[in-house]
Design a protein around this ligand. Sequence first.
Ligand code: ADP
Ligand code: AMP
Length: 219
Amino acid sequence: MKLRVVLVGPPGAGKGTQAQFLSEQFDIVQVSTGDIFRANVGNGTTLGLEAKKYMDAGELVPDSVTIAMVRDRLAEADVRHGFLLDGFPRNAEQAAALDTLLGELDTELDAVLEMQVDNDEIIRRLAGRRTCHGCGQIWHVDYDPTQVEGTCDACGGELYQREDDQPGTIRRRLEVYDEQTAPLVRYYSERALLVPLDATGDVEDVTARAIEALKRATS
Ligand code: ADP
Ligand code: AMP
């Protein structure tokens, strides 16, 4: 199935976790703006140096930078057969820019999956999140622990805690979500694209419900 999907939800809702499974299931490419920024930070590029200031403060990277980056990514050949956008759009300007970009590519979105999780659970998820330096796999110290602490089960790589998963930065990211990103739920609901999803419970159960909901919404 040639699906074009946006994942929307607060930080820690499980977007990255589910994107890994859903992109496999539907054979589409995962495009995560957060991952692209982190890769640039890791490689010390100009884009990474610019983005890091905002990421460390829990703020959004400026639209001009983010939209140009997504424009380049969506021009690549692998997204022609479908994509899953994880972490973009994050405000009204980015949503409008995405509409324009897709128009230029003569295509449109099929669905926007809204991952719903309450704030207490989000804080528990972010505080225990660990990510693999090697393969990018996402783990959790309590909910999804590795066999050996600090070592990725998938590739043996070293796990790290994201710098923006500190309590003060988490609080700011949640505010930014409420102020700037949450209004997109209404935007997409009015366009009849919104697919609400209860994103609590076991990862596998959330994946199963997401697959079912996306199939139903796009059939
Ligand atoms: P996001 O991409 O939305 O910021 P992540 O996918 O990185 O969120 O998930 C945040 C944390 O929550 C990770 O540590 C992940 O292992 C954990 N997590 C994801 N889904 C669930 C779930 N259904 N139940 C418990 N923990 C989860
Ligand atoms: P994420 O991995 O989605 O949690 O994103 C981590 C950080 O990257 C965010 O807190 C922002 O600073 C930045 N970022 C990711 N996606 C975007 C976006 N679409 N617009 C602006 N900043 C973004």
